[in-house]
Design a protein around this ligand. Sequence first.
Ligand code: PEP
Length: 248
Amino acid sequence: MRTPFIAGNWKMYKTIAASREFAIKFRELHRRNDVKVAVFAPYPQIPVLVEMFKDTSIGVGAQNVHFEKEGAFTGEISASMLKEIGAQYCIIGHSERRQYFGETDKSVNLKLKALLAENILPVVCVGENLDEREGGIEEKIVEMQIRAVFEGISMNDAIKVTVAYEPVWAIGTGRTASPEQADKMCGYIRKILRDIYNKDIAEQITIQYGGSVKPDNAAEIMSMPEIDGALVGGASLDPLKFIEIVNF
Ligand code: PEP
């Protein structure tokens, strides 16, 4: 019922020229139409990729947005501006933004509303850090994040959201959550969504796992019943690795 969704987070990597090279190669390799695929690029690369992927099913997204429509917010970009450059998706609440740029569940909630108002599909990241996992409070932390982020979001809008469960200790570290650990938390997230909304809505929401997903572990992760996709950082920069993940 839920279509698998593989997303590539490029972070602050790739020039425009390198993005073009990626797009030429990836477009040629991509054949699967039973999997949703999107690349989340730095802002200047977005219109370039939108143009290069225009006759394909490959989506393009941003990695952040401001929640206000416009104003004196130097350095920020609004959802309508993202729309104008063709972004179809946007990541919000990534742990790097929470860690280095003061993102909070409250700002993620406002950003979520701003994106939905512009019909941009949000990918909302949640996940516990190592201390929280070792302290056995990972479910409590993720539940708090999910409840805060979905505050005031209607059922109609909730089904447009992708949740990415990204344990902070597994991002860019080469240390992956075991497929069972990842599946358990994705199942727990769905249980919270069932509680906030209902079973039918919770069953429609895509839940990805992210954290050191690579070609050699993608199939196992994707075989887990509660995991609907992957948010891929490092391995999404190389079209050959990324296509292997997409072809899990
Ligand atoms: C990410 O940036 O969201 C991520 C999961 O990174 P990596 O795959 O490199 O761990």
